[in-house]
Design a protein. Structure first.
Length: 160
C-alpha cells in the first residue's frame, strides 16, 4: 500500500547511464545534483550514511537489544573494517539488482579509508566488467568545473 503510488509514476528515460554512488559521508546533495545534471541517474548507493544502513532490518521476533546488536554487527561495514569480500559482494549485487551501468566512488580529500576502498572498488568493478571512477572532492562544493569535466567524460564513455 505504501508503494502503490510508485507504480503510477513514469520512470526516467532521459539519462546517459544508471549509476551506483559510493563513498564516505555525502552531506551536500549538490554533488548528486551535479552528476544527475550531466545525465547520470543515481539508482542506489553504498555511502557511509546511505542506504546500506537500511537494507537489513532487525529481527522483530527476537529479544530487542540482542536483535539490534546483531543487526549492527552483521551489516555491511565501513572500509575501516577488513571484511572486503562481503563489501565487494554487496557492491556487485547492487550493480546487478539496480542494473547500474557504472559506479562513481566519491572520496573526501584526505580520507585514507575511502582512498584505499575506492581503489579496491575500481579493481573489483573492472574484474566484473563495470566501469568505475573515483572522484576526489573537498568538503565544500569547490572545484566544480573539474568535477563536471570528469563526470561528463565518464558518462560519455559508458553512456547509452
Amino acid at each position: 500500500p505504501e508503494f502503490a503510488l510508485l507504480g503510477e509514476r513514469e520512470g526516467f528515460s532521459d539519462y546517459k547511464a544508471r549509476l551506483l554512488l559510493g563513498g564516505g559521508e555525502l552531506d551536500n546533495p549538490a554533488y548528486i545534483g551535479l552528476i544527475e545534471g550531466l545525465g547520470g541517474l543515481v539508482v542506489s548507493d553504498f555511502l557511509c550514511y546511505g542506504t546500506r544502513d537500511f537494507w537489513d532490518l532487525a529481527d522483530e521476533d527476537s529479544e530487542p537489544v540482542a536483535s539490534l546488536a546483531k543487526r549492527y554487527i552483521q551489516r555491511i561495514s565501513c572500509p575501516r573494517m577488513v571484511d572486503y569480500p562481503e563489501r565487494d559482494k554487496f557492491v556487485k549485487d547492487l550493480v546487478k539488482d539496480f542494473k547500474a551501468d557504472g559506479i562513481i566512488v566519491q572520496r573526501l580529500m584526505y580520507c585514507d579509508n575511502w582512498g584505499c576502498e575506492g581503489a579496491r572498488t575500481q579493481w573489483e568493478a573492472k574484474k566484473n566488467g563495470t566501469p568505475c571512477m573515483v572522484l576526489e572532492r573537498e568538503y565544500m562544493m569547490s572545484a566544480v568545473g573539474q568535477m563536471r569535466t570528469r563526470v561528463q567524460a565518464f558518462l560519455e564513455t559508458i553512456g547509452r
